[in-house]
Write a protein that binds this ligand. Sequence first.
Ligand SMILES: NC(=O)c1ccc[n+]([C@@H]2O[C@H](COP(=O)([O-])OP(=O)(O)OC[C@H]3O[C@@H](n4cnc5c(N)ncnc54)[C@H](OP(=O)(O)O)[C@@H]3O)[C@@H](O)[C@H]2O)c1
Length: 332
Amino acid sequence: MKAIMSRSIGGPETLVLEEVDDPVAAPGQIVVRVKASGVNFPDTLIIEDKYQFKPKRPFSPGAEFSGIVEAIGGGVSSFQLGDRVMGFSRWGAMAQKIAISASRCAVIPDEMPFDEASAFILTYGTSYYALKERGALRVGETLLVLGAAGGVGLAAIEIGKAMGARVVAAVSTPEKARLARKHGADRAVIYPTAPFDASSRREVARLLKGACDPHGAHVVCDVVGGYYSEAALRAIAWDGRFLVVGFTGGIPQIPLNLALLKSCKIVGVFLGPWLDRSVDHFSRAAAELLEWYQAGKLRPCISARFPLAEAGDAIAQLATRKAMGKIVVNID
Ligand SMILES: NC(=O)c1ccc[n+]([C@@H]2O[C@H](COP(=O)([O-])OP(=O)(O)OC[C@H]3O[C@@H](n4cnc5c(N)ncnc54)[C@H](OP(=O)(O)O)[C@@H]3O)[C@@H](O)[C@H]2O)c1
């Protein structure tokens, strides 16, 4: 089979298309013929050895995918050959086939196209885990989403609306603001590009606070970090929950007195290890997210599609802050 491989540490330009051995389904696994693979920011990090997991080289990036079940390993009774599925793996999905634990896959509805299914379970799963399990977002609360026009950000807007919140989207360009509104944000604000000096730091805090009036944000979903986190924390409500999801803008240093002043919680969100803790977590998240999808509440936004040979270019779009919604690698 063909796969995009990382053979040396480096950016997307180091990835190469190669012929590699087909995978075999071990006990508990299925082999999926991959139709599409969604690109995620961690793909930009994992190939540079900057992610929490460092797979042994050579490896193929790609963490979420959709496809058709082609082989079934011992002890697996939940799938049949030919099932249309989506799945979550930490890497390995930018390839024509992947062997994957059956517990990390779910059958997708007939009407769900493969490209949407490939951009679903990690992206929406992260925001689901963040808002529902970690943020305990309630009906009528205000949710502030940073980086709101990216993959996890747009998913947070849609899930926030599905959970009955008022959603404020914060983004870097007018085009991204329009996309966030289109996907349900009640309000969108445009923040300046970091780095900030002391006065623009205060200005961004005022901007976010104003948008979250009158109480502030009950929940902040921070997928950006960097200079933006402190400004967002200053916009949080009394007893709010600040969700630490990602660091596209760098790892921030936060004055902890801000947490005391608002009596708020700063809460870590790490999807993969949560899924590792119980197979029920994946099935529960997949079932509820697919229910919302079928009810029309979730609408994956695929803004660009690349062939497998150009997967490096697809990953580069995220690394350079150009991507809006999801970018998908089509594999056939
Ligand atoms: N905790 C978890 O379990 C988990 C799971 C999946 C992903 N993540 C993390 O969540 C974050 C978002 O992932 P994603 O796949 O949704 O990424 P994405 O689609 O690329 O969106 C990230 C957003 O970050 C903003 N950004 C700010 N500074 C940036 C920079 N220097 N370079 C690139 N983007 C920048 C951009 O929005 P603006 O231009 O509007 O600022 C961009 O839309 C990543 O940090 C990722 O590692 C965490």
